[in-house]
Design a binder for this molecule. Structure first.
Ligand code: AN0
Ligand code: CP
Length: 320
């Protein structure tokens, strides 16, 4: 595997899940595979889970790991070609990428949407430069539009906890004080469309996700109706994706607290499990009671990030 961006990059999903469970049972099974190979993890944005779980995954495979926080200690990077570099940016991505690539075998990059231009974000301008100019396998650790390591971990978790062969899965928007990216819901929708589940998305009007990810998934604007009989509730805030409202791209259109996932919402479900990628703002996205209930999967879900990252790095090592 040379790029990990979309669910399709894994090939057959059942095979990938079987590999994940094999690794979960015996996570050091492939600890010779990464000997003398180096993973470079580049963060343009903050992270707790991605940083730690991906480092742990590399260590499981016997790799060396280097982590770079671009905004803490490195030179400020220019990303646009053709600009006269007379501002505070000392180095261009076009030099920085091949230099960084020369020190490693596999590269992971986290670079969130900037919301400055929908076109640039949705064309994955930053990550595509890493793919084009590094000459190394590149995996996405949350880009402008996708977070595949998260969705893979989510799928593994659902596979472990599902009580029916084809569960009803509801992706619900929930309120948040700041504008957040669409990467997590985009990827989650893409992965749920590829998995064998009954998938429903619910959000206020104006929050329609890009058709590229949401496909033909059922959209239900009545949140309570969407929750009826659900087996999994996957909560996430996202800012306006600019599909029905291009001028509002990246804006907060709604702060309606009636969308917070609380006990009354969960009561109409089929005793659903609660999921969220974390970090989560309590009593904005979800009440203390729901996130602390035995049906909350947020911790096992985060733990499975180590497993999804181990599978991805293993596949990349095998392709070197
Ligand atoms: C990020 C987001 O919403 O995309 C990262 C989630 C994994 N969250 C925040 O910035 C709070
Ligand atoms: N879920 C997730 O990716 O968390 P971090 O932003 O802490 O890495």
């Amino acid at each position: 595997m040379k790029v990990f961006q979309h669910v399709s990059d894994l090939g057959n999903l059942n095979t990938a899940l079987a590999e994940a469970f094999e690794i979960k049972k015996e996570r050091y099974k492939y600890n010779e595979l990464g000997r003398n190979k180096t993973a470079l993890l580049i963060f343009f944005n903050n992270s707790l889970r991605t940083r730690l779980s991906t480092q742990k995954a590399a260590l499981n495979l016997g790799m060396n790991v280097i982590v770079l926080d671009v905004n803490q200690g490195a030179w400020k990077l220019e990303t646009e070609r053709g600009v006269v570099m007379d501002s505070d940016k000392s180095e261009h991505l076009l030099e920085a990428i091949p230099v960084m690539a020369s020190y490693c075998d596999i590269i992971g990059v986290r670079s969130f949407a900037t919301f400055e231009s929908r076109k640039d974000d949705y064309e994955e301008k930053i990550l595509n430069q890493f793919i084009q100019y590094s000459g190394k396998p590149v995996f996405f650790m949350e880009s402008a539009t996708v977070h595949p390591l998260q969705s893979f971990a989510d799928l593994i978790t659902m596979e472990e906890y599902k009580k029916t062969a084809r569960p009803k899965v509801v992706l619900t928007w929930a309120p948040h004080p700041k504008a957040l990216p669409q990467a997590v819901p985009n990827s989650f929708a893409e992965w749920m469309n590829a998995a064998d589940v009954d998938f429903v998305v619910t959000h206020p009007k104006g929050y329609e996700l890009d058709p590229k990810f949401v496909g033909n998934a059922r959209v239900e604007y009545d949140q309570m109706k969407a929750f009826e009989g659900a087996d999994f509730i996957y909560a996430k805030n996202w800012s306006c994706p600019g599909v029905t409202c291009p001028e509002d791209y990246g804006k907060v259109l709604c702060k309606d607290m009636s969308w917070t996932v609380d006990e009354a919402h969960m009561a109409v479900t089929n005793n659903a499990f609660f999921m969220h990628c974390l970090p989560v703002r309590r009593n904005m996205i979800v009440t203390d009671g729901v996130i602390e209930a035995p049906t909350s999967l947020v911790i096992p879900e985060a733990a499975n990030r180590e497993i999804s990252a181990t599978v991805v790095l293993k596949r990349m090592l095998e392709s070197l």
